[in-house]
Design a protein around this ligand. Sequence first.
Ligand SMILES: Nc1nc2c(c(=O)[nH]1)N[C@H]1C(S)=C(S)[C@@H](COP(=O)(O)O)O[C@H]1N2
Ligand SMILES: [Mo]
Length: 259
Amino acid sequence: MEKNKAEKQLTDKQINRRTFISFATFLGLGGAAYGGWRWLYKSPVETTGITAGAHAPLRRALNKTELFFRNFFSNNHLVKTYPKSMAAKKVRFNSDIGIEEEKPFDLAQWKLEVKKASGESTYVTLDELKALPKTEIVYDFKCVEGWDQISYWGGVKFADFITHYGLDKETQLQYVGMETPDKTYYIGLDTPSAMHPQTLLAYEMNEMPLPAEHGAPLRLIIPVKYGIKNLKRIGSISFSNTRPRDYWAELGYDYYSGL
Ligand SMILES: Nc1nc2c(c(=O)[nH]1)N[C@H]1C(S)=C(S)[C@@H](COP(=O)(O)O)O[C@H]1N2
Ligand SMILES: [Mo]
């Protein structure tokens, strides 16, 4: 009897001890979770950029993912292409910021302004661009609003344009910026995406000169990005290590808008 009592006491003690350990662990974990949450909650909130509104530690995670995808997609991935026969005959027209016209745009007066790293500008005519090797692509153009369409474009590969005009120093910089002649629509690109082998300065659609509503005389076709980055009617191109202003990023869309 004495022995049994002693044993029972021991078991009770063990149980109490185990309960205490479990309870302490529970409190400890709960505290850590709460502490972590407080830490995140009190961390500074981003006020600018694509992660505006995110707490700094989350922003760091977002930036890491973004960097991973940028490097992965820009360098290794070729967008799927299609036979010409699959290209839409009636190409969808979406949006016309910077190309809506009160008086018809004077195509003859148009020149592409290339802002060099030196601060000087070079001006390139359409005939000069047409004299460079032509590249064509038929691919599925995607708009962030949810539609897509297989379309057929022709023009100068951006990377060929860079080589021809000796802009290698410029493409050491991180970003490429493009704006319409009236500067009301503008985009920023990470340079690797601009230099992607499928990125074109396009002057043709379905083997015809680019129609006004699709960006005559010259538009960007950048298949690794959503439609918003495919600027119609390019007026100027610039290069920088700071992000160029970007029309849709300013309204909260992803700056990279990659596919
Ligand atoms: N200048 C200019 N370029 C632009 C736009 C615009 O409003 N203005 N809209 C963009 C968007 S959101 C898309 S989906 C495509 C549409 O191109 P499309 O009209 O040739 O189909 O152009 C892009 N380039
Ligand atoms: Mo779009």
